[in-house]
Design a protein around this ligand. Structure first.
Ligand SMILES: Nc1ncnc2c1ncn2[C@@H]1O[C@H](COP(=O)(O)OP(=O)(O)OP(=O)(O)O)[C@@H](O)[C@H]1O
Length: 236
């Protein structure tokens, strides 16, 4: 299972017909079992890139090749749950064939077991994000896209959710692509970090982390962060 991305450009037109270039050349591959992290300044085109990779936007130059039949799981910045359906129904609607055991394990890992019958309006943002993650994983995806899954959560909650995501990602050999603004999350979760430029986004630097996620010590993480934060990305 592999994703091959070779985007040569993406632009939008404003109401006056003026072209607005959002993506420049973006080429990379991602294999099953790998977590790619897209890291870039606000507004550089990350969500636009994810929409293209998810097949939601086909209006771009270049090509994106997925393996035939690849199942996609996607978690947006906003959890997008159906408000009139319970937590469990939200997940089952997306994954009607999910086995009861798989669902219980997922709810267990994401600490959602006590919330199965709650409705989205009763959930905090952190809980709603976990439901959106459960829904994406219940589909047993081959390609998982996570758009800033830890944004707007306090440090303790974000840390717990990051560990839960790491556990879920390790449980299935899929391709994962995660967008984040946070270098710490990037080096803790990613195998390949794609550093994007300001708009129109192009890849400035690719960092491949060879130490497996579970074997990365705090010292490794700090050393990596310190080296990456010294990259002169503005002048690449
Ligand atoms: N449908 C659209 N029509 C016109 N312009 C758009 C559209 N979608 C996005 N843009 C523009 O494309 C640029 C990149 O937006 P995008 O949301 O992809 O950036 P981002 O890197 O995900 O931002 P953030 O980090 O703030 O989430 C912005 O200038 C935005 O205004």
């Amino acid at each position: 299972m592999q994703l091959e991305v070779d985007i040569k450009g993406k632009s939008f037109e404003n109401a006056a017909g003026k072209r607005h270039d959002v993506l420049d050349r973006i080429a990379f591959t991602l294999s099953a079992g790998e977590v790619g992290v897209v890291f870039g300044p606000s507004g550089c085109g990350k969500s636009t890139l994810l929409k293209i990779l998810a097949g939601l936007d086909r209006n771009y130059l270049g090509r994106v090749v997925h393996s035939a039949g690849a199942r996609l799981g996607m978690v947006f910045q906003e959890p997008r749950l159906l408000p009139w359906r319970s937590v469990e129904e939200n997940v089952r609607l997306a994954a009607p064939d999910v086995a009861d055991g798989t669902l219980s394990t997922l709810f267990d890992v994401l600490e959602l077991s006590a919330h199965r019958s709650h409705f989205p309006g009763e959930l905090s943002l952190g809980l709603a994000r976990r439901v959106a993650l459960a829904r994406a994983f219940a589909v047993e995806p081959d390609f998982l896209i996570l758009d800033e899954p830890l944004a707007s959560l306090d440090n303790a909650l974000a840390g717990r959710l990051r560990d839960q995501i790491a556990a879920l990602v390790a449980s299935r050999a899929m391709m994962t692509l995660l967008v984040t603004h946070d270098l710490d999350d990037a080096v803790r979760l990613g195998d390949r970090l794609l550093f994007l430029s300001a708009r129109p986004a192009r890849i400035l630097h690719v960092e491949t982390i060879t130490t497996p996620r579970a074997a990365r010590s705090e010292q490794d993480i700090e050393a990596l962060k310190s080296r990456l934060s010294q990259l002169d990305l503005a002048n690449m």
